[in-house]
Ligand binder design. Structure first.
Ligand code: SAM
Length: 266
């Protein structure tokens, strides 16, 4: 898709998420959709920030543990603490490949690809539902060595694949290309902590096509980590994954409603 084909009259997850995070890259349709969802789920903005902070902490932890390659699919629009900034800030030789299917993200690729001289950062416009297109891309070949461990980041993107089988298949295919010592970092909307009226509201929005995110319960989310070794603390609300704030300063799991976890390919 070219930039000329960007349809700004239809809400897109990247721009709506950017709106919730307080960014500048969104249009009226994104704000309208963002406000509609935030009216149904008043903590949507808190959830977006907590999810973003989970990404930051997990990339930091993996970099500190020696991981030097990152495949970040569902990149989002550039905001502070993009994956390459965190990883290369700690280990300048880190290599990062981003992939996203929103052409608007592509227009920001320059901001996403200015990395360190020692490392490498690149971007490919691709759809998560077609893992082979990402794995076989020239950009991946030029950026990552699949003979060495890679951290696969699927943060707040799997819920846009609504079919459980398809989502699990995509994760399996991507992990199948990665060697022992690789990791999966993932997060997904959940309604496990939500009161019944919010669950009903979500069902209604989903049925009416007014939200595109599929909430998953613990077992459905856990399936993405089948065969992996879950790192401590396992599957938790993203705000509770290796937090750097005491519990009293963190939002309640119900206000976050996004599961996060990191697993290792053994
Ligand atoms: C909510 S944002 C998450 C951004 C970032 N991963 C984070 O957690 O901060 C979701 C991103 O996934 C992208 N996305 C949604 N569906 C996708 C798909 N099928 N293939 C690739 N990217 C997709 C959107 O364009 C958006 O940039």
């Amino acid at each position: 898709m070219t930039v000329e084909q960007i349809d700004t009259s239809v809400a897109h997850p990247a721009r709506r998420y950017n709106y919730w995070l307080g960014g500048k890259d969104h249009f009226a349709a994104d704000r309208e959709s963002g406000d509609l969802l935030a009216a149904a789920f008043p903590t949507a903005r808190v959830a977006a920030r907590e999810n973003r902070d989970f990404l930051r902490r997990s990339v930091r932890e993996l970099t500190l543990a020696g991981v030097r390659q990152f495949l970040d699919i569902g990149t989002g629009l550039p905001v502070p603490n993009n994956t390459h900034e965190i990883a290369q800030g700690l280990a300048p030789s880190s290599r990062v490949l981003y992939a996203d299917n929103d052409p608007i993200v592509m227009t920001h690729a320059r901001a996403l690809t200015v990395g360190t001289d020692e490392g490498r950062t690149d971007y490919v416009e691709a759809d998560l539902r077609d893992p082979a297109a990402i794995l076989d891309s020239d950009e991946l070949r030029a950026t990552l060595d699949l003979g060495r461990p890679v951290a696969l980041l699927l943060v707040a993107v799997l819920h846009f694949i609504q079919d459980d089988e398809q989502a699990a298949g995509v994760v399996r295919e991507l992990l199948g290309a990665l060697p022992v010592g690789s990791h999966l970092v993932a997060s997904n909307l959940t309604l496990d902590y939500a009161p019944p009226e919010q669950v009903a509201k979500h069902e209604e929005l989903l049925a009416g096509g007014r939200t595109d995110a599929r909430a998953r319960n613990r077992a459905q989310f856990g399936r993405f980590f089948d065969g992996l070794e879950l790192l401590e603390p396992g599957i938790v609300a993203v705000s509770d994954w290796r937090p750097d704030r005491p519990e009293s300063e963190r939002p309640a799991a119900a206000d976050v409603s996004i599961y996060g976890a990191v697993g290792r390919v053994g």
